[in-house]
Design a protein around this ligand. Structure first.
Ligand code: ZN
Length: 589
């Protein structure tokens, strides 16, 4: 931590309402003094994700994550603490103080990212201008042939990279960007000879944006099949662009996706363009490769239902199948619509119109059912071999379905299809699913079970009954905490006695390690107090004294075995200490 003054962090925490922050990501319902909803960090259909706005923390009983508002932003935006602080400060309009000793490196990084965004903004404007010039005439004609209207061209920000080695380069250098930065942006390519040229030449240019709308990369489509290079050329990965974390078109359709409750996943830019301009349905494009889990998680912020427009040609099927399986594994509701042979959404909509396409979407079928039919095709279930083959194929799919209920349902479909007993299929699937899941749960989880009852109750009290619990913790010595699972938590709480009481719960969460913070939220998220703090502190003290008494007893036993006469004095002393301890223990109760 340390980069920001604590006072600033505390001020920000008072401003940054955790309920508001979480609610922008997850719809929440009030449940008593807390709110609950579906966890954004694991797949679930029954809400086990709780937010306690008055105490400033969240916790998921399903996957165990928990923490304060900063932790939520860290996890959700996949950023570090510093960035989470910056994002929240910006969002809630709290001025960020000049960071003391903020590392030059991180300042350089964010300066680089800002410059790269600026470069892309200028480049996008340049490509748009070029499309309007006489040199862009052929690109305009191609777009017209493809039925992309002027309005859509503008909304999509389409442009043209002229057939020039230094067109964009000259423009950007003129604007004062350094050549080194332009190489880092991927817009210039460095040749073996050391000189730099425009990466995109003689290409129709498609800007690729973050879901917030900033241009972070480009895709360039060849104008002539024999001009060299691939048909589609993409920006390389840069400090602002990661292909696996970007979904083309989401910036334009996210509001529509939220409103309709689903997204259509298409393959290419032109499929997207047709769906977009005809308003047939809100789409995103995977751009020819299988969807990554990061892309799925990005989409998940807006919907959990995806309709996949399958391209019936075999090459498309490979990537589409991988996307489907990944989406199913991420807990999405996946439907499939298969168009006629030789049609993709682009050509289909141009020929038949948006209404027909929407009608096709309505006939889309759950992906799993589609798979069942595909796998069953050509199999004769009269033969054991066929049934075994079918079952084997389907088991691997079924094992990836995260929800037990959905898995059982799928099992029943398989059983019905292959005429196998449902129970047999369910059992097989469960076996497959369990062996798959152990890998997931083996990550570091808080050791809730190893905490003593009194520790849990004290920790619960620190959040909900802060003043009393702090008082109780202050009564504990280091020796009382020795060997306890919750030692670091209780020690941290003890060190925070000067903090304002209302801030203590969130300060504690912020200062603890992730694992310990999760441990705290998992305890604090339960509804009622396990026991009053004072009693808990007493119980912990008694446990310590009993530990000591047991140790003394072991020592007495050892000495007596060696011979009571030689060790008489030592044994007497130990007896005395043991008696003292017994008295103290009695006093406590
Ligand atoms: Zn969860």
């Amino acid at each position: 931590m340390g980069l920001f003054p604590q006072q600033f962090i505390d001020d920000l925490r008072l401003q940054a309402n955790i309920l508001q922050v979480v609610q922008e990501v997850v719809p929440l319902k009030k449940a008593g003094t807390s709110y609950k909803g579906n966890c954004p960090f694991h797949n679930e259909k029954t809400p086990s994700f709780h937010v306690h706005p008055d105490k400033g923390f969240f916790h998921c009983f399903g996957c165990g994550v928990g923490g304060d508002v900063f932790k939520f932003v860290e996890l959700h935006e996949k950023v570090g603490f510093q960035d989470a602080v910056r994002m929240l400060a910006q969002k809630f309009g709290v001025a960020i103080p000049e960071a003391e000793g903020s590392s030059d490196e991180s300042r350089r990084d964010s300066a680089l990212r800002e410059s790269l965004l600026k470069v892309h903004e200028v480049a996008a404007a340049y490509f748009r201008e070029q499309l309007a010039t006489p040199a862009g005439a052929r690109a305009r004609a191609q777009l017209a042939e493809r039925g992309v209207a002027a309005e859509a061209i503008e909304q999509l920000g389409l442009g043209f990279a002229p057939n020039s080695r230094e067109g964009l380069k000259a423009q950007l250098l003129k604007q004062g960007f350094s050549q080194a930065l332009l190489v880092q942006s991927g817009l210039l390519a460095q040749r073996d000879t050391g000189d730099t040229v425009d990466r995109f030449r003689n290409r129709l240019m498609v800007p690729i944006c973050r879901d917030t709308g900033s241009v972070i990369a480009f895709g360039g489509r060849q104008m002539d099949p024999d001009q060299g290079g691939p048909k589609y050329l993409n920006s390389p990965e840069t400090a602002i662009y990661s292909k696996s974390r970007t979904l083309y078109g989401l910036n334009l359709t996210k509001a529509h996706i939220c409103k309709l409750g689903f997204a259509v996943l298409v393959e290419g830019y032109f499929d997207f363009a047709q769906l977009f301009q005809s308003q047939a349905a809100p789409a995103v494009a995977s751009c020819g490769t299988a969807l990554t889990p990061q892309q799925a998680q990005l989409l998940r912020r807006f919907t959990s239902k995806v309709i996949l427009s399958f391209d019936p040609d075999a090459a498309g099927l490979g990537a589409a199948v991988r996307s489907c399986e990944m989406l199913v594994a991420e807990g999405f509701n996946v439907n499939v619509v298969v168009l006629d042979k030789g049609e993709d959404p682009d050509t289909f909509i141009r020929k038949k119109g948006a209404d027909h396409y929407r009608a096709r979407l309505r006939t889309s079928r759950p992906y799993l059912e589609y798979l069942l039919d595909q796998a069953a095709e050509g199999l004769d279930f009269g033969h054991d071999d066929s049934r075994r083959e079918f079952l084997g194929k389907m088991l691997t799919v079924a094992a990836r379905i995260p929800e037990a209920a959905a898995r059982d349902q799928f099992a029943d479909r398989i059983a019905h299809k292959a005429r196998i007993t449902e129970e047999v299929v369910r059992a097989e699937i469960r076996k497959a699913a369990v062996s798959k899941r152990t890998a997931v749960t083996s990550r570091e989880l808080p050791s809730y079970g190893q905490l003593k009852h009194a520790e849990k109750a004290l920790i619960w009290g620190l959040i909900h009954n802060t003043s009393e619990a702090l008082g109780a913790v202050a009564e504990l010595d280091d020796a009382d905490l020795e060997g306890l699972e919750g030692r670091q938590i209780l020690e941290m709480a003890r060190s925070l006695h000067d903090e304002p009481l209302n801030l203590l719960p969130s300060t504690l969460l912020q200062r603890l390690s992730t694992v310990n913070a999760q441990l705290v939220t998992s305890i604090a998220a339960t509804a009622t107090s396990p026991a009053p703090p004072v009693e808990c502190a007493r119980a912990l003290k008694r446990l310590r004294w009993e530990r000591e008494r047991a140790a003394i007893q072991r020592e007495i036993d050892r000495l007596q075995q060696l011979g009571a006469t030689q060790h008489g004095i030592e044994i007497d002393n130990l007896w005395q200490r043991k008696k003292d301890l017994l008295l103290r223990i009695e006093d406590l109760t």
